[in-house]
Design a protein around this ligand. Structure first.
Ligand code: FES
Length: 126
């Protein structure tokens, strides 16, 4: 399912309030942006005309995923994956799963752009 207005997949709904994370203009055209929300480290990416917000912590050995590259077609077509820069594990940007081993995943947070700002509902806040 996709939120047509923001070209977003629709993560599992949660009742967390929308949080302002950054300006859309802060996001690089390639790669991600590291953002802290409370004690939570997040990675924000531009993808297909929208934004995606995932946990920044790689479940393998903890590398920052915001410094990873986005890949489509090669790893898990037609999905976009972020590639962890340490050991190359891939995580689908839309559901957080690792296509090679779906027991590993990162949390994906509902996100949208409003008036040039990136907002997210950060699930399970810490
Ligand atoms: S730390 Fe991410 S793949 Fe190893």
């Amino acid at each position: 399912m996709t939120d047509e207005a923001n070209n977003q997949p629709t993560p599992a709904p949660n009742d967390q309030p929308w949080q302002d994370l950054c300006a859309l203009d802060d996001l690089p055209t390639k790669g991600g942006l590291y953002v802290e929300h409370g004690s939570r480290a997040l990675a924000v990416f531009r993808v297909d005309g929208g934004v995606r917000v995932i946990d920044d912590h790689c479940p393998h050995a903890g590398q920052s995923l915001s410094s990873g590259a986005l890949e489509r077609e090669v790893i898990d077509p037609p999905n976009v994956c972020v590639i962890c820069p340490w050991h190359g594990w891939a995580f689908r940007i839309d559901d957080g799963a690792c296509p090679d081993n779906e027991q590993y995943r990162v949390a994906v947070h509902e996100a949208k752009v409003v008036d040039g700002r990136v907002l997210a509902r950060v699930s399970d806040p810490r």
